[in-house]
Design a protein around this ligand. Structure first.
Ligand code: MG
Ligand code: MG
Length: 249
């Protein structure tokens, strides 16, 4: 069932989203060669707790961190730990804060020092594809309009979208109905309406879309070993258009 939020609930989701966005930005500022993924995770946890919120990912399904931190060919769900970031890596940080019972969920991809031109383009295309998806999140449109906008932009740039993992509704639960795929057909799927809150999160690979899970049961990597980027915002669909809940000014 899709839960539709009222204005007061969306206000709380904005707070959860702001804390999430701030935590992500702080971690992003700390990205540089020599930093471990665990250090980034600590920055996120401390900020979320300082704001009187809870890290939504910590303990979710048994996940041991406050953020999923995935490097290079790791797509999503990387476990923070002793891995040291190196010049030329790209690092995806995905996190969420729970504030007064509501979840934020946001991700970004950061360059570690100087990265290749191809990696830069991948990061830019992934981010832009997310905004193209968000622009379709209007009452009366359908889920397929979002996926189609993301997929067509990504593929026009020579990259591919991951099929195996998708965006989702977000609210009192981190993952709610409906699924929000990063691919699809215009005019198909669930009809969007005011009060729906969803996380739009393209995962984009330089190579093929196929991915698999490592034996740690969390980390998802590209099957062909190529780089992957991830960008995510939680948004609310309103009569005035989409509001990005996890954006900070
Ligand atoms: Mg996320
Ligand atoms: Mg998500």
């Amino acid at each position: 069932m899709i839960s539709v939020k009222n204005k007061d609930q969306i206000k709380l989701m904005k707070e959860a989203g702001r804390i999430t966005g701030e935590a992500l930005a702080l971690a992003g500022e700390a990205v540089k060669p020599g930093v471990t993924t665990k250090q980034l995770d600590n920055i996120i946890r401390h900020h979320i707790e300082r704001c009187g919120a809870k890290p939504g990912f910590l303990g979710y399904g048994g996940f041991p961190g406050s953020a999923c931190i995935s490097v290079n060919d790791q797509v999503i769900h990387g476990i923070p730990g002793s891995r040291v970031l190196e010049e030329g890596d790209i690092v995806k940080i995905d996190t969420g804060a729970v504030y007064k019972g509501f979840n934020g969920d946001s991700a970004n991809t950061f360059a570690v020092g100087r990265v290749s031109e191809e990696a830069k383009k991948l990061i830019e295309v992934t981010k832009e594809s997310c905004f193209r998806g968000i622009a379709e999140a209007m009452p009366g449109n359908r889920i397929g309009d979002i996926g189609s906008a993301i997929q067509s932009y990504v593929e026009a740039n020579g990259f591919s979208v991951v099929r195996r993992y998708v965006g989702h509704g977000v609210g009192e639960e981190l993952h709610e109905s409906p699924d929000v795929p990063n691919f699809g057909t215009k005019g198909r799927g669930v009809r969007l309406c005011t009060g729906m809150t969803i996380a739009i999160e393209p995962m984009v690979n330089i190579g093929k879309p196929d991915v698999f899970e490592l034996p740690d049961k969390w980390t998802v990597v590209t099957a062909d070993g190529t780089l992957s980027a991830h960008y995510e915002h939680s948004i609310a669909i309103t009569d005035e258009g989409p509001i990005i809940l996890t954006k900070i000014d």
